[in-house]
Each structure stands twice: as C-alpha cells, then as structure tokens.
Ligand binder design. Structure first.
Ligand code: SF4
Ligand code: SF4
Length: 378
C-alpha cells in the first residue's frame, strides 16, 4: 500500500513537468519563489504557476562555489548553483524569480542571480511590529502585485485575490491535516515519508491534484497503510526544528530513523510553517501582509512566534526530544539556537541537540555519534 502511494506520487511528480510545459505553451506564466515570506496568492490570482526554488541538493554547490564564498549557507549555494548550471527545470520554466531581503547571504546572492533571470526582490522588514513594519510590507506587496500584473497581463482584482486565498488555505489545511496524523502514537508516517510527500506536492502546478492527493494519503495513513499499527511503538519521538530541509538535504532525518527513533514533525519552512491560513474576512492585501509578515523565521528580530510555535508543537506531538538544525554559516538560526535550547529546557525539561552541518555526506558518522548519544540520554 505504501509503495502504491509513493509510486503514485512519483508518477504525478514526473507528469507535473509535462503539465507545466503544456500550461506555458498555452500562455500561462510561471513565477519562481525562494522564500516563505513571498505571497504565492498574488501569482495564483493572476493564473500564474508558483514554483518553489530553494535548493536542497548538494550536486550544484561546487559550481556555485566558483563565484560565491565557500563558507556560505548550503541552501543559498545550492539555489544559486542550480541557476548557473541550468539544471533545475523549475528555474528554467520560471519567467521571473522572487526573493526577499531575509538573511545577508541570500539577498546578496539575488544580485548575482539577476544576471540569469529577471529577479524581483521584496524588501522584507526585519521585525514584525505592526506599528512600524506592516505598512512598508504592504506597499511591497502592492509593488509585487503590479509586477505580476505586468508579466501576466491579468488585472489582479479583489475577487481574484480572495479566490486565490481560499484555494491556498485549502492547500495549507490539507498539509496541516497530513502532518497532524503524526500526533498519534506511534507516528503513522515516518519522517522521511512525510518529508518526501510534502516536498513533492510543493512542486505540483495543479493545486487541486495536490490537495486531493494529500487528503487521500492522510486517510490512508490514519488507517495504518504506511506503517503497521503498533509495529513502531517505543521509538523516541523527535521534533526537528530550525532551517528548511528537503529531499537531498535530509541526512539528519535519515540518521535519526536509522538510530531507532522517529522524526514526528518539522518546525521549519518545509513543515508546519506552511500551515498558517490567511484571513478570509478582511481586505485581501491587508490579510496577506499580516499573515506573511508573521512567519516565524530567525531573520526576524525578535522572533517570538517561533518559540510559541515550538512550544505548541512539543505539546501536540508529544515530543521526547528536539533537534535544532542549522545550516553552516546561517548566523541567525545559529545564534537563536541558544535561546531555543534555554526555552525548551525551562518549559519542558528537555535537552535540545543543536546540529550545524551542510548538504555533504562527509560528517555523517560524526552526526550519527552525536544523535545516538542524544537518543540514549532521552
Ligand atoms: S527559513 Fe526563513 S529565510 Fe529561509 S525560507 Fe524560511 S522564511 Fe525564508
Ligand atoms: S538557512 Fe539561514 S543562511 Fe540559509 S538561506 Fe535560510 S536564513 Fe539564510
């Protein structure tokens, strides 16, 4: 049964490239996105196809390092490497790409990226105080709306925006329902399975197909189709927090599983941060500005929302331990790790394992030793 779903997912993912090619031939635009702060609804409202572009693979990093410094976050190098090697079909399909002024490395990378593709950068405020940050952020979204209108030739009306918000809220709810399956003990989905499903669904141009598939998988997982009920009981339940992970940058998830524990949930941009719905009962541009600005990422100072979310998830997913993952040279998550460990210890009496690594396999055995020692201690 598990095989069937994973094969179905693979088939849909492969068909997706043909679907995008067809849609583009029919005149639809494609817009590539690098960060969770960029509102995809504005693209969807213009009938454009939003495509996620954050690099999660190690292969293109060597090419990126010919231009970018080596001691830069692997996510930035991987994203840039895909562009310079022209090996990502989603980058290739994108008519424009959209970034945000999040961390220093990423915003400087976008300057170089603009040599390969028209790049629109949203000037993201560095704090979430509505009194100072909301108005400039809302005007940034208005500027983006005009860019998308000019690209697609579609007037992004209030009605179109409301429809896009409703559609994306359904997608977010389906994602949340899928992830929430793992609140059950033992977890019906392994961390690797969950990550692969969320990752691949994120690329689908047909949103209805993605929603339907996630609903089917959720129902099947609840019925024990992915793991036999009771077979996995007794395994420690780990919550993975910190930087985004994806297929190709999931070595920590795999090591945890090989060490006899489960990653039950992801407090990051690949997981739960994609589940927050946009309000449907107010001006759509106001609602988008408010919801997106509140994304709890370490580039914000302070970043109170991450602590609230983490606390809620530790309780809801009955976590036995927290692994806080930082990509090498990511200063914001690295510095925040101290406060995260302090928060988790004080409020839940749990130790946190902070890991700093990259996408390469060279430190796999060192990570394994640290993870096994941590699991032993829990
Ligand atoms: S971790 Fe922060 S900067 Fe990176 S994709 Fe998520 S919101 Fe954007
Ligand atoms: S992981 Fe850190 S350094 Fe890398 S892109 Fe995200 S915020 Fe920037």
């Amino acid at each position: 049964m598990t095989e069937d779903f994973m094969n179905q997912l693979q088939r849909i993912a492969e068909q997706n490239l043909a679907d995008i090619e067809q849609a583009k031939a029919e005149g639809r635009a494609a817009i590539g996105f690098y960060c969770l702060y960029s509102p995809k609804e504005i693209a969807v409202a213009a009938d454009a196809i939003p495509l996620p572009l954050c690099g999660t693979r190690n292969d293109p990093i060597a090419a990126a390092e010919e231009i970018l410094p080596r001691n830069l976050c692997p996510l930035i190098k991987s994203s840039y490497g895909f562009a310079v090697t022209d090996t990502c079909p989603y980058f290739w399909f994108s008519d424009i790409v959209v970034g945000d002024t999040t961390c220093d490395g990423k915003k400087k990378m976008f300057e170089l990226l603009s040599r390969y593709k028209t790049t629109h950068v949203l000037q993201l405020p560095q704090n979430q105080d509505p009194a100072t940050a909301l108005a400039p952020w809302r005007s940034e979204l208005e500027r983006f709306r005009k860019v998308v209108e000019a690209l697609t030739g579609v007037a992004i009306t209030e009605t179109r925006l409301r429809e896009a918000i409703r559609l994306m809220n359904r997608e977010r709810s389906a994602r949340k329902a899928l992830m929430d399956v793992n609140k059950a003990k033992p977890a019906p989905l392994s961390g690797s399975q969950l990550l692969e499903i969320l990752f691949k669904v994120g690329f689908l141009a047909n949103w209805e197909k993605g929603i339907h598939l996630m609903e089917e998988i959720t129902a099947a997982a609840k019925n024990g189709s992915f793991r036999e009920k009771g077979a996995e009981s007794g395994r420690k339940r780990i919550l993975l927090s910190g930087v985004p992970v994806g297929v190709g940058s999931d070595k920590v998830v795999k090591i945890v599983e090989q060490s006899g524990a489960d990653v039950v949930a992801f407090e990051n941009c690949s997981g739960y941060k994609q589940t927050f719905c946009v309000a449907e009962d107010k001006d759509p541009m106001d609602a988008l500005a408010e919801q997106y600005l509140s994304t709890p990422c370490s580039v914000m100072s302070p970043n109170k929302g991450r602590f609230d979310l983490l606390g809620e998830m530790i309780r809801d997913f009955s976590a036995d331990g927290i692994i806080d993952l930082t990509w090498q040279a990511c200063h914001t998550y690295n510095v925040e790790a101290y406060q995260i460990a302090e928060f988790v210890q004080k409020n839940f009496g749990l130790p946190t394992l902070h890991l700093e690594t990259d996408y390469a396999e060279s430190d796999t055995e060192q990570l394994r030793v640290r993870i096994e020692a941590y699991l032993e201690m829990l």
